[in-house]
Ligand binder design. Sequence first.
Ligand code: DAH
Length: 346
Amino acid sequence: MDPIQTADSVLNEALDAEKEVKDQNDLSLFYNRFLSKKGKASTLMTLMKEVKAEHKAAFGKKVNEVKASIVSFYEAKKKELEQKELEEKLRKERIDITLPGKGNLLGRKNPFYQIIDEVEDIFVSMGYQIVSGRDVETDHFNFELLNVPKDHPSRDMQDTFYFDAERLLRTQTSAAQAHAMLENAEKTPIKMICPGKAYRRDDDDMTHSHQFAQIEGLVVDKGISLANLKATLELFVKKMFGEKREIRLRSSYFPFTEPSVEVDVSCFSCQGKGCPMCKDTGWIEILGAGMVNPKVLSMCGYDPEVYSGFAFGVGVERVAMLRYGIDDIRRFYQNDVRFLKPFPGK
Ligand code: DAH
């Protein structure tokens, strides 16, 4: 075929092919076919050698025209397809600004932690240190050093989760007492609280949970008496439940304190007249306490002839439930944000 005719037929072929280009994929096939290095338009110039000298100029012009036409189609189509693609993308990603917003949920501290913070503030202001105990304890620290030997009947009430014969999930933050005393190598005075979780084999119901939290308190010094304990707890209760609250100590029994007391607070719902909250007694039990048993002092390296001390243990959930009128202990752990709404915290 005459090279000029070949050029024309390439142009015609390209014109036909242009009609078929519908998307980027077609376009890139089109490019390969005509404009790539080995494409039909790109290789036309190789025919120059077959063209007679007097027609070379005309042929060159022709080839350039054919290429220019194909390139101009290619570029225009490329732009058009890119524009289409962009429009499609914008259409898909369109944001309907008339839809109601999602709003930002502000995080809140669970009242459980708010109570711990408050109790910590109260005791830090009285010069107490805050210590962190450990959830996995040994039988030795959880029981024996607290004057609860292996066969002691009080162990029945505090059955727990055992890892092996010696290691367990602590049943009481009281275990932190023994650590505080033993770790204090100089045997200097101690004033500490230890907030943390405790675990017991228990049915889970409205007022019981197999996992709950306590705050343990321990003071050891020379000349500490029950009067100090009472004054401290009175102050704590007034700060926690209001200035008008009174406390009452009832004698009780804990192996690690002697004497031991249960502490009641005057009912803040009925002001002592009697109501369902205080079961018509005017008093609500809030914690256990007592003077550190001399046996515990001496097991933990303190001379009971020189030192005395008091200890107390208060249930975090119980305080929070009383303070805020929460009816079910399980609400603290259910991760329901609706529960947190009324407790904005400080
Ligand atoms: N550990 C006790 C319990 O879990 C609470 C308690 C009572 C702690 C008297 C004390 C205390 O430190 O002196 O029931």
